[in-house]
Design a protein around this ligand. Sequence first.
Ligand SMILES: Cc1cc2nc3c(=O)[nH]c(=O)nc-3n(C[C@H](O)[C@H](O)[C@H](O)COP(=O)(O)OP(=O)(O)OC[C@H]3O[C@@H](n4cnc5c(N)ncnc54)[C@H](O)[C@@H]3O)c2cc1C
Length: 411
Amino acid sequence: MTSLQHHDIVVIGAGIAGATITSELLERGQTVCIIDAASHPAAACSSHAFAIAHPHVGRGAPRLLRLTRIAFLMAEARWGQTWNQHGIFQPNKRDKTFCRDDVATYLKSLDLDEAMAKALDADEALQICGINQNGIWLPRGASLNLSEVTHGALKPHPKLTCCWNLSVARLEKVDAGWRLINPQDQPIMTAGKVIIAAALETKSLVESIDVRLPLRPVRGQLSIFSINMKSSWAPQLPHTAITGDGYCLPAKKLTDGNYQWIVGSSFDEGESDLQDWNSSDDFNREQAKGLLNYPEGDTKQLQKAGSFVGIRCVAGDRLPIIGALSQRPGIFLATALGSRGALWSALAAKLITAQVLEDDFALMARLGFATDLVAALAPARFFAGALAAAPALGALASNSKPILPSAPKAR
Ligand SMILES: Cc1cc2nc3c(=O)[nH]c(=O)nc-3n(C[C@H](O)[C@H](O)[C@H](O)COP(=O)(O)OP(=O)(O)OC[C@H]3O[C@@H](n4cnc5c(N)ncnc54)[C@H](O)[C@@H]3O)c2cc1C
């Protein structure tokens, strides 16, 4: 029998998570093999060309706030060339009172300077970002073409092997580390360390090594609307992105004088249908009225010109799962990026690389990774005995039964 090919590091999944981690490992001088069931990078959710990125500034989620801030700075630094900084406005919820000074004090208490987040009353917002609503202006907010950056991260490199059209069905422990097996039950290769970045499929891959994760699909559809220049919507269209109940990009004036405007997105829990739904466009039309505070807008004038449909992978507690699978040494996970693929993949690249290379964690601390944040992302948070096992990283959790945390309200 011919011996199987062996790679020190194998990444399963060439979406933005797997590609970004691979690129970081290559930058650190490692040799990496990346595998994907598809014929090219960014074939699934990361085919998304219109993702927005900003730090979370809402109240009542201190860990999310700290994590998204670190991740935002990492994403901004990583994707400088393709990072489309246009600013993002977050309107105040209409059922909540707004006091500019209180919000400014709150943002200051978070250590966010005005270059990162600024409280604006409606008059200021109209001047600065063309939106007549109270809210928070995030001047460094940006959008990113996930497909483009995923392809860019996997451009040819002497230490990179890409295996397309290769599906991994299960893993098996061997002396050299892990054996990867295909759906026909044939071994593909062995690997010293395996990074699983296969979104929802991560669930069945880790099940093959007797670990259960609470991952579920959340379908989303973005609508690309075409708007006639004479439409009553035309003067309302934003010059900046808006995030709130849904999000939209700045409207784009086309050469014929009409507009293209991208608005999203539906949040269909438990659904994994990739077909385009008319009901999702109608949902997005309603979100469009809410984002612009234009309740009288005639939604028939938002004509459909296209869409993007993707299936998000979401964990029970809505945080991503990033880190070493401590009860299965040599396995690392980067999944459940939810609606924050741009941010979490940048963070995953740094965190997973540090763990794979067993870096000095003082360096991670300098990047802002306190141990409580690493633990908040770690796969071990779902397992009984996780708290007891936490101080001894690498220790076996008492079992792999998942704890299903209650899900907070959907974004
Ligand atoms: C409508 C919508 C709007 C969104 N908006 C935003 C936004 O504004 N900002 C933002 O940051 N994010 C946004 N997201 C989320 C973002 O798109 C995702 O978080 C991100 O693309 C997930 O990347 P990933 O690499 O984890 O997964 P994927 O891109 O799904 O990649 C997983 C890869 O693994 C491969 N794979 C799976 N199983 C196997 C296997 N067994 N063997 C080999 N290969 C395998 C797949 O082929 C795939 O290529 C949005 C998502 C949707 C749906």
